[in-house]
Design a protein around this ligand. Structure first.
Ligand code: ATP
Ligand code: MG
Length: 419
């Protein structure tokens, strides 16, 4: 039995995990001002929830899902993405009676992919879904929210790409044009794309294969097949973004990997991550709920890759929290030290008690635990209601190497320290 985590999964520790939490906290705080409510769906669903909605020809359903039979023979799938699960939940919970539903979620997703930097088999997404609003202003709101969250996180190296996939009518016409174009190049298409040509030719535009990409660059443009309603819809989206001064790049070859998108499709991309450059992606999915067996209710939303954002933010890994070591001198003061440690924690100071080994060893342990200061006291200090506060940092952020502080002045003194 291997003691390594399963390929494509990993353990998240301390600093890295703190970044994940910060990303989620920041996104939730910003989304609250857009009136989003939290939702959490199960990690696994009946396979049909994803199979029917994502489409048999999508990469996810075709080759990426973790699907298994449980002990009663039900086909179960670990969620590969959030939207289908959230829409399922909105239907299951009877929430289609109270629209709009603006929901934010986060958590692990599972896809059987080739692991590499920024691409894992268990990865983390945070997403929002705005369900029940057909107006293009909600596409604008969703995109503005994404932009707002990235800015608040301090990320600036990204560009918003947008495109329209039009309504069903426009998409059917475009599909025909693509089929006749790609059919002419069928011998040079990748094996995957040959299958896509039969089942879902639009998907070829989303191919990662270099040969396919070359052929795609000359493919018919969707804008020439859009009907007036679709053009009008997209115009309102871009005008809304202009009004909010959210910059964007019109990207006619942007399609989404999933079957259920229509009208607006968008991706936030960065130059700093190499091949895995999309940090957030989404779009409108008006047909999804009906396709799942619910009422015909429109929706728009996005999901961001927390792992990729964390890679962008990893340069400010360290937390700058004050950590305090409590070090008593003499066994008879250990209980007093325990009480002081507890008292400090109740006053919100991050504190660790060191009572093992000789004094030198304790200071070493405190240093390893990244404590910046130590509170030290022996019998002399204790009988005079005093403690020694020692600066453990090598760089001199704290005023004194060591000073005597009256016990009743300790908390105000510690609060006054800035690191
Ligand atoms: P890609 O083209 O990179 O495979 P995708 O189109 O499959 O992405 P979505 O399903 O739209 O991705 O998911 C939204 C975001 O989730 C992506 O933009 C990315 O940041 C992140 N993401 C998707 N798959 C993975 C993965 N396997 N590992 C880490 N992050 C991922
Ligand atoms: Mg993918």
């Amino acid at each position: 039995m291997s003691l390594q985590p399963v390929r494509g999964t990993r353990d998240l520790l301390s600093d890295e995990l703190r970044i994940y939490h910060r990303i989620i906290r920041t996104a939730e705080t910003v989304a609250t001002t857009y009136n989003y409510q939290p939702i959490e769906t199960p990690i696994f669903e009946y396979t049909s929830v994803f199979q029917r909605t994502l489409g048999e020809t999508s990469d996810i359903v075709g080759k990426e899902m973790y699907t298994f039979s449980d002990r009663s023979g039900e086909s179960i799938t670990l969620r590969p993405e959030g939207t289908a699960a959230v829409v399922r939940a909105i239907i299951s919970e009877g929430l289609t009676q109270t629209l709009p539903q603006k929901r934010i979620y986060s958590g692990p997703m599972f896809r059987y992919e080739r692991p590499q930097k920024g691409r894992y088999r268990q990865f983390y997404q945070l997403g929002i879904e705005c369900i029940g609003m057909a107006n293009p202003f909600y596409d604008v709101e969703c995109i503005a929210l994404a932009d707002h969250i990235l800015k608040t996180l301090g990320i600036s190296d990204y560009k918003l790409h947008i495109n329209t996939l039009g309504d069903t009518d426009s998409r059917m016409k475009f599909r025909q044009a693509l089929v006749s174009y790609f059919s002419k190049h069928i011998n040079n298409l990748s094996e995957d794309s040959k299958i896509r040509l039969e089942k879902n030719p639009l998907r070829i535009l989303d191919s990662k294969d270099d040969g396919d990409k070359k052929i795609c660059s000359q493919a018919p443009k969707f804008e020439n097949y859009l009907n007036d309603e679709s053009k009008e819809f997209f115009k309102k989206v871009t005008q809304g973004l202009d009004a909010l001064t959210v910059p964007y790049i019109l990207d006619p070859h942007l399609v989404r990997g999933l079957d259920y998108y229509c009208h607006t499709a968008f991706e936030f991309k960065t130059d700093s991550l190499g091949a895995q450059d999309t940090i957030l992606a989404g779009g409108r999915y008006d047909g999804l709920m009906e396709q799942m067996g619910g009422p015909s209710v429109p929706g728009v939303g996005w999901a961001m890759g927390i792992d990729r954002l964390a890679l962008l933010l990893s340069s400010d890994l360290k937390d700058h929290k004050l950590r305090i070591a409590v070090i008593p001198i003499g066994e008879e003061l250990e209980t007093e030290a325990l009480k002081l440690t507890q008292n400090l924690r109740e006053h919100n100071f991050t504190t660790e008690l060191f009572i093992n080994g000789n004094l030198g060893k304790r200071f070493k342990q405190a240093d390893k635990a990244e404590c910046q200061i130590a509170i030290v006291f022996g019998n002399d200090e204790f009988t005079q209601n005093q403690v020694k506060v020692r600066n453990l940092q090598t760089d001199d952020n704290l005023p004194n190497k060591e000073m005597i502080v009256d016990s009743n002045q300790l908390f105000p003194y510690l609060s006054s320290l800035t690191l």
